[in-house]
Ligand binder design. Structure first.
Ligand code: ADP
Ligand code: 3PG
Ligand code: MG
Length: 391
């Protein structure tokens, strides 16, 4: 695997660089970027600093939410520009439009090392249509294109993929790191590799699990998605949501050879809002109960398996972490991995948020910024945003 990296480009001084970033972050009720929500902005900062440090003029394209091709002031990048400027400790101008005379003027006024952010790229319907004419117009703004938006690289869209036909294209530093770590786990893992998959639905992660059965020593399941597997194994999961349409796929797994490991106990409650769970073996879940977290014996079992790992790849929480009563299993795994000597790679919106809340992000080898993109990459798909950059 070779990556066309921005670090290979000589003489960036005075060059206009069109940078695609993923600044798709949740906003607070008063429309600001929340303190613990600026992860994607923080992680793109080194690429921006690298470029400005070399004297490039950095023009950034990004999206926020899904405005569906229409201008929506609630999804303006204003709060993003503000936070970005705080993070990179430098002024960031926001163009009120994507392309047009105002943007042209702002670009022509840029000095070396300055940063300009274009308004939400999805305000133009041509973005999500991967429109060639639109991509061409965007390309006219710059000399080279850099994709640093790993988290949006699974989208075939004008500023992500189409534009690469019209400008020399490179990976930013974040994108490069994402590919090295995630690609490394998939293609050339340190062995033994242990994979942990949790979260809501097995249907969204089935292909990832399957792909890792080829390289992982163990795959530890948790979260609501384990319920479908437990059901197939003949256990009662009470009222927990399951996906019967996935039974046939799950049955194809060799569930007896210990590669795929399921929880042995859990925290159960009648309601998701419960203040406390009842700990019991998963053989004894009651009819009216929901399984809402993994139990202490499962934590012990997973801890003992993780001890022998040289590499750990984790995506998705072990329980309903939005309710603190059911966040315990996930928190314990975070602590175990934070202390582990293995190379630890983790991703998935909710899990990462919890790691950041616990201020343990520096204890992991790599934290992915990708949600859907991480999963599609780990499925082994060629992402549209990487086609011309990764060979
Ligand atoms: P990620 O975003 O980390 O990849 P997902 O989006 O697949 O993960 O799933 C995260 C969601 O799964 C969280 O909102 C969490 O509350 C939910 N979840 C995990 N385990 C359970 C469970 N046992 N019961 C209900 N919801 C759960
Ligand atoms: C994400 O947040 O996962 C990316 O920014 C992609 O957003 P999308 O799912 O709206 O395309
Ligand atoms: Mg999620």
């Amino acid at each position: 695997m070779t990556i066309k990296s921005i670090s290979q480009v000589r003489n960036l001084k005075g060059q206009r660089v069109l940078l695609r970033a993923d600044f798709n972050v949740p906003l607070t009720k008063n429309g600001q970027v929340g303190n613990s929500e600026d992860f994607r902005i923080v992680r793109t900062a080194p690429t921006i600093k690298y470029l400005t440090g070399k004297g490039a003029k950095v023009i950034i394209m990004a999206h926020l939410g899904r405005p569906e091709g229409k201008v929506n002031p609630k999804l303006s990048l204003k709060p993003v520009a503000k936070r970005l400027s705080q993070v990179i400790k430098q002024s960031v101008k926001l163009s009120p439009e994507i392309i047009g005379s105002k943007t042209d003027k702002l670009v022509s006024q840029m000095k070396n090392g300055e940063v300009l952010l274009l308004e939400n790229i999805r305000f133009d319907a041509r973005e999500e249509k991967a429109d060639k004419g639109f991509a061409k117009q965007l390309a006219k703004l710059a000399d080279i294109y850099v994709n640093d938006g790993f988290a949006v690289s699974h989208r075939d869209q004008a500023s992500v993929s189409t534009i690469q036909q019209f400008l020399p294209s490179y990976a930013g530093l974040l994108l490069e790191a994402e590919i090295k770590y995630l690609g490394g786990a998939l293609k050339n893992p340190k062995k033994p590799l242990v994979v942990i998959i949790g979260g809501a639905k097995i249907s969204t992660k089935m292909k990832v699990i399957k792909n890792f059965t080829k390289v992982a020593k163990r795959i530890l399941l948790g979260g609501a998605l384990a319920n479908t597997v437990l059901k197939v194994m003949g256990l009662s999961v009470g009222k927990s949501a399951i996906e019967p349409e996935m039974f046939a796929e799950v049955k194809k797994f060799k569930l007896t050879d210990n590669q795929i490991v399921v929880p042995v106990d859990g925290l159960m409650a009648i309601k998701t809002e419960a203040k406390k769970g009842r700990t019991d073996a998963l053989a004894d879940v009651r009819k009216d109960e929901l399984i809402l977290d993994i139990g202490p014996d499962t934590v012990k079992l997973y801890e003992s398996i993780l001890k022998s790992a040289k590499m750990v790849m984790w995506n998705g929480p072990m329980g309903l972490i939005e309710n603190p009563a059911f966040a315990g299993g996930t928190k314990k795994l975070i602590k175990i991995l934070a202390e582990s000597k293995a190379q630890t790679i983790v991703g998935g919106g909710e899990t990462v948020q919890m790691i950041r809340k616990m201020k343990l992000e520096n204890k992991f080898s790599f934290i992915s910024t990708g949600g859907g993109a991480m999963l599609e990459f780990l499925e082994g798909k060629k992402l549209p945003g990487l086609k011309k950059i990764v060979k």
